[in-house]
Design a protein around this ligand. Structure first.
Ligand code: AHR
Length: 655
């Protein structure tokens, strides 16, 4: 008897702990509440965490043009088999102010090898069987009989690739040679040897894999861009982020300097170089090899609307906060007007013609532009007014993205939010880097926003597992679920929220400054975080129209840790339900579908785990990733269990 009682008690405890009472929801599939904007859900790209140089920009040589403050940073003098000589950095700023440094390699020994090696960006990722393209600008003013021998070395010093060329031209000439690597190596280095006495001048020493995104020479890392394409993003925001503003104005992003010949793109210090004392990255510069032309092309490639953000005459207000005087703002405003012409102008315009000369006669169809990144205060408002008037006078259809500061609330937010609403702004860019609890509590944030006011761009957000700026933040499932819960609120308010992007996007595992990030990579591999999969599940299942999902008469947001939303995909004739269970208990749910006859089988994609602290890693890239299954449906009632710490997307086909 005692046994039976214990068993009964245990069963009851289990039932209470594991299976909550059944929750019944109604989905009114024939009541359209709002249309989902095609710009949902997008990507925020910034060159932070070695996202561009050292990351998606596939150049393997660090400091290829000797423009770092320490001109030979990343390079080391080398000699073998009796080789000898010297390397001098020469400044030719009169001739080439945007790329002043070259090196003069003087080989004094007739035997052996003399030269230099490059360490890459925390090493170079080399793949066995892959073709590599080495190039160099060289001149041989003394007609020296010197050969350039190029070698790839593994971390253990084995030669895993080799080629040679003879720089014959007296004046500057670009030499290019391809070779195949014989081994895979994550931390390779490049050796550039000179053989034979003489003096050769070198610049722009470069190594790229031949296989890049779309196989463009000097292009982007294919695996990383593929991860972006797999998100099917609605827009691509570039180039940031605070990098737009710069620590000071000299350090700001200037789009005109990021296009054209790469050896004419002036290199500058990356503003994240010394931002965090605990994550110093003194070897972090911007070559602008990934510049505005490449950003526009990438956006086009992956089907995303381009969204450039421009400096509005203010440096980062967390740093120097330098300002351009109001009467000196013209060149900044002109940059914005010229960018619109560059993107959309006809071939009879100055900037449209340049776009065509750079290989893209067709316009990029730019529809929107950010004025400033994370600005605040009256000084922003007065500059914003000048920009907005000039842009709207010339291009009334261009939508302007306006910052409402770095935080989701507070004095600065309130001032900008009120002012820009009064000024009839197009789109407000809200940023929030807060704990998971904040995201859960704010899933209703937009339910009461003014439906007639500006649209909302959730331009930068990510749940922080510890606190903003902490190096201990992790991309946990808990954070991803909190974001998913919050995103049900974005979807439910599709008439107000038209754009959203997680930030930052990329991080090199050996060279990051900021965590958490959506995609992590090393020199060869990459993985999507649970947060990546949440973004992807929302994006791939964004549907076309939002419909009500109610519990009785209430929408569901937060009760027992559950959040849900529903939408139709009119093109695919599907009803899509997204359900987040952020709690520790399983939930039994029933969705009664009204206004639509559904097929008797649904597909269910689940992202969940019993351990909410689980993360992905390079070695376990899919420790937590979506799993597909099917579900039998009886009539109009869809019944299922949503396990603890789980996000599910349920797709029902209309008959
Ligand atoms: O995403 C990292 C930084 O956070 C962005 O550069 C900036 O806009 C925000 O403060």
């Amino acid at each position: 008897m005692k046994r039976i009682v214990v068993l009964f008690a245990l069963t009851f405890v289990c039932f209470a702990a594991v299976c909550q009472e059944e929750k019944v929801y109604t989905v009114a599939a024939n009541q359209i509440k709002a249309q989902v904007s095609p710009t949902m859900y997008g990507i925020f790209f910034e060159d932070i965490n070695m996202a561009a140089d050292g990351g998606v920009y596939a150049e393997l040589v660090k400091n290829r043009s000797f423009e770092f403050n320490t001109a030979l940073a990343g390079w080391q003098q080398q000699q073998k088999n009796g080789g000898a000589g010297s390397i001098t950095v020469v400044n030719r700023s009169d001739e080439r102010p945007e790329n002043p440094h070259i090196i003069k390699v003087n080989v004094t020994s007739p035997v052996g090898y003399f030269g230099l090696s490059n360490e890459g960006f925390r090493g170079m990722g080399i793949k066995k069987g892959e073709t590599y393209s080495f190039s160099v600008m060289a001149r041989n003013p003394l007609k020296s009989k010197t050969t350039i021998v190029v070698e790839l070395h593994s971390a253990k010093g084995q030669i895993i690739g080799k080629a040679q060329l003879i720089p014959v031209a007296i004046g500057w000439q670009k030499y290019n040679i391809k070779f195949v690597a014989s081994a895979t190596e994550n931390k390779a280095s490049l050796f550039v040897w000179l053989k034979g006495k003489g003096a050769i001048d070198l610049d722009m020493i470069s190594l790229f894999p031949s296989h890049t995104w779309k196989n463009r020479p000097g292009g982007l890392r294919a695996d990383l861009v593929q991860k972006l394409a797999d998100l099917k993003p609605g827009f691509l925001r570039f180039p940031g982020g605070c990098i737009v503003e710069g620590r000071d104005l000299a350090n700001r992003y200037q789009w005109k300097k990021s296009i054209g010949d790469i050896d004419k793109r002036e290199n500058i210090i990356n503003r994240w170089n010394t931002e965090f004392g605990h994550r110093l990255t003194p070897d972090y510069y911007q070559t602008f090899g990934l510049g505005f032309m490449e950003y526009f092309l990438t956006a086009e490639d992956i089907g995303a609307t381009p969204l450039p953000i421009l400096n509005c005459g203010m440096a980062c207000q967390f740093n120097t906060g330098q300002l351009v005087a109001m009467d000196k703002l013209d060149p900044y405003v002109q940059d914005a007007l010229d960018l619109i012409e560059f993107a959309n102008g006809g071939l009879d315009t100055k900037w449209g013609k340049l776009r065509a000369e750079l290989g893209h006669p067709k316009p990029f169809n730019l529809k929107m532009l950010g004025v400033g990144n994370e600005q605040w205060g009256e000084q922003y408002i007065e500059r914003w007014k000048i920009f907005t008037k000039a842009i709207k006078d010339k291009y009334p259809d261009i939508k302007i993205i306006s910052s409402v500061g770095p935080f989701a609330g507070g004095k600065e937010f309130d001032l900008l939010n009120k002012t820009f609403r009064e000024l009839d702004a197009d789109i407000l860019d809200e940023h929030y880097y807060n704990g998971p609890k904040w995201f859960l509590e704010n899933a209703k944030r937009y339910d009461n926003y003014d439906r007639k006011g500006p649209k909302i761009f959730a331009g930068e957000y990510a749940a922080q597992s510890v606190t903003t700026g902490s190096p201990d933040n992790k991309n946990t499932l808990e954070c991803a679920l909190a974001e998913a819960a919050f995103m049900t609120g974005l979807e439910r308010n599709a008439d107000v929220v038209t754009m959203a992007s997680y930030a930052p996007l990329f991080a090199h595992v050996d060279a990051w400054q900021w965590t958490p990030d959506l995609i992590w990579f090393d020199n060869l591999r990459s993985y999507g975080t649970p947060n990546y999969y949440v973004q992807q599940l929302f994006s791939l299942n964004k549907g076309t129209d939002v419909v009500p999902l109610l519990e009785g008469t209430e929408m569901i947001s937060g009760r027992d840790g559950c959040y849900a939303t529903a939408c139709l995909d009119k093109n695919k004739k599907e009803l899509i339900i997204k359900f987040v269970n952020s709690g520790a208990k399983s939930q039994s749910v029933v969705f009664n579908i009204e206004g639509m006859d559904i097929k008797n089988q649904a597909t269910v994609t689940s992202l969940g785990n019993t351990d909410k602290t689980i993360v992905n890693s390079l070695d376990k890239p899919k420790a937590i990733s979506p799993v597909d299954s099917t579900l039998a449906v009886n009539g109009k009632a869809v019944k299922l269990t949503v396990e603890s710490y789980t996000f599910k997307v349920i797709k029902l086909k209309s008959i």
